[in-house]
Design a protein. Structure first.
Length: 324
């Protein structure tokens, strides 16, 4: 099969498209013919081993995972023994940050992983980016205990995480204020933001409104800068460790002080997660934002674009196939 492979850590150029062995499925697994995947922040971090901490889990000197890719959409080609949840021919989508492997024509994944049936009316490319950024967004939302009636500010509302967060927070019944640049104001309003702050025109940290939750979806701010935006018992929740990894420390200390708190949740693969997003898509409350599309042969260009930090929503890869 054709796959995007890397044998060492480094810049996008360490990835090349070549032939890899087609995975063999075990009992309880699905063999998915991948039609679409994405290149996202997780893929870039693992490819480069930044932060260095990645190496303790994926190989200190050389990576054990050679085929990256967390999100996928495709067709079940075969099932292993004991599989009861899916059958050959099912159109499925999902998320796999345990063994990765979605940047290839075929992927083996357990039937009880984060995988669900694709909602009717959606193409593989439309549904493929439904789980990575939204997974991180949902983790933050649940860690901060966001709920109906709250005022929530989302900083970085146009990335994969932020664009999902705006929609998910709105679906809970909270009021969303989003921070983005001028050219994306209408996009973010369309996602459900009741109010938008243009960071190219004003400093969002000087806003006079106070919030129950401030969510940094891009890792470019800090608790210190955003503290004044929070109500007395407000929560600052981040998707990145922050300057000098301070969010790890603050998440332990601030809850003990009885005032404004920091949450830094560690995402975990949840088998129910894909089905949760399937329901939101079917109800019209969530639809992943797509910026650009590339073919698998163009994945190097996709990596380079994602690393500019300028993408809006998600970058989708159409996977050609199958080959031998």
């Amino acid at each position: 099969m054709k796959a995007a492979i890397r044998s060492r850590y480094g810049p996008p150029e360490v990835v090349s498209v070549s032939v890899a062995e087609k995975p063999e499925i075990k009992d309880g697994e699905l063999l998915v013919k991948v039609h679409a995947t994405t290149v996202n922040r997780t893929d870039c971090a693992l490819r480069a081993a930044k932060p260095f901490l990645w190496r303790f889990f994926t190989g200190l000197i050389r990576p054990r995972v050679t085929i990256l890719g967390t999100e996928f959409a495709g067709e079940v080609e075969a099932t292993g023994g004991g599989v009861t949840s899916f059958r050959a021919g099912d159109r499925v989508f999902g998320y796999n940050d345990r063994t990765f492997g979605a940047h290839a024509e075929y992927l083996a994944i357990p039937q009880h992983a984060a995988v669900a049936i694709i909602p009717d009316g959606l193409t593989y490319e439309e549904v493929a980016p439904s789980t990575e950024g939204s997974h991180y967004a949902l983790t933050c939302i649940r860690a901060a205990k966001m709920r109906a009636g709250q005022d929530v500010l989302v900083y970085g509302a146009t990335g994969a995480i932020g664009s999902a967060a705006v929609q998910l927070v709105k679906s809970l019944g909270a009021t969303v204020t989003a921070v983005c640049d001028t050219r994306n104001i209408e996009l973010v309003k369309g996602l459900g933001a009741a109010r938008v702050i243009d960071y190219t025109a004003e400093d969002f940290t000087r806003d006079e409104q106070r919030y129950d939750v401030v969510m940094d979806a891009v890792g470019k701010s800090s608790f210190g800068r955003c503290r004044r935006l929070l109500k007395r018992r407000g929560v600052y929740v981040a998707t990145d460790v922050g300057p000098f990894s301070q969010n790890l420390f603050l998440a332990l200390v601030t809850p003990l002080l009885g005032g404004r708190r920091v949450r830094f949740p560690i995402p975990r693969e949840d088998p129910e997660m894909a089905r949760y997003f399937k329901g939101l898509i079917e109800s019209g409350q969530f639809r992943p934002v797509i910026d650009r599309r590339y073919t698998l042969d163009e994945i190097l260009a996709a990596y380079r674009y994602v690393e500019t930090g300028q993408k809006i929503g998600n970058v989708v890869i159409t996977v050609a196939g199958p080959s031998t």
